[in-house]
Design a protein. Sequence first.
Length: 341
Amino acid sequence: MKQTGDLIIEGVLVCTNRSCMSEFPIIDGIPIVMADLRQYISRNYQWIMNRTDLSDVTESLIGDCCGPESTYDAQRRYLSSYAFDHYGGMNPYQEDPSSVVPGSILHLVREGLNRAGSGISAPVLDMGCAVGRSAFELAENSDDIVLGVDLNFSMLKTAQTILREGIVRYPLRRGGVVYDRREFPVTFKNAEQVDFWCCDVAGLPFADNTFGLAASFNVIDCVASPYGHLVELARVLLPAPHGKAIITTPYDWSASATAIEAWIGGHSQRSETRGDSPGLVRSLLSSGEFPQSIDGARIISETESIPWPVRIHDRSVVQYDVHLIAAEFYDQKVKSPQKEV
Ligand SMILES: C[S@@+](CC[C@H](N)C(=O)[O-])C[C@H]1O[C@@H](n2cnc3c(N)ncnc32)[C@H](O)[C@@H]1O
């Protein structure tokens, strides 16, 4: 085991159930707790083994060799877009050329907390946290643990480096396969409450009724099972009034992330629901409205449209409008107010 102070950098978690004894590694401070660990590791080993000590000159040469369609470049693009939005506004050394101001994730977190209302007094789960700024922001508004989970190991590594070393380091895309390294120090209040784990948001390794807040910022349309993600979110939340969910999404469905039959809306416009994604998500989060509606679910509040610009490169931005919903889930042994009407 490798350890720095209280933090385990490398080790193995072993399930204490004698009939299970499954092993889950902790690598670079990130516990990988996946149901099918063998599949995850074998598909992601290049990101797990990825070096972060190479100079930007060498990285640019590797980037040229791999080319624009490579997984190497795809990974740099993700890092560029999300790290810029999450931390670009904290760069003390330079203002980056962009037609968009970074920090839109902060607006989503703050509007979500406004909509969900009241204080958070139990652990918080940030589902699909990417490079982690939302988790740090949630920790500033909580006195309990905040756990950011994601599947993308490179983004988690960036988040862990920020947590452990207080250093933001990422490639900012100028255009093509040209990137400029960004590196600067940051500090966050309550950072000691934050951690980042590698977990699937549609199969979470947590007991029922664990979290006081579960946030899903722009994740529903990126997962293989959007409905499974919502069901998991409801399962791990404490029953209302102690547990709240914040969900935002631009409903930017793509077959590369989600098979079309698993999309929530976005197809079958001939049907009664006319393929209306926001309407369908509302129904799924309103107990009794649909056979598939989540039991005990109730929408607390929502905002139809919040801008979420994603920087692609110096001269390109994708401007999304996200739907924000704050919801809660009543224990079915206790009737929800909605059902009493
Ligand atoms: C569009 S990004 C949003 C990132 C961040 N929440 C934000 O709004 O800036 C979606 C994130 O979900 C993560 N993701 C996709 N499928 C996932 C899954 N099954 N479990 C955990 N994370 C997942 C991706 O790796 C990515 O970081």
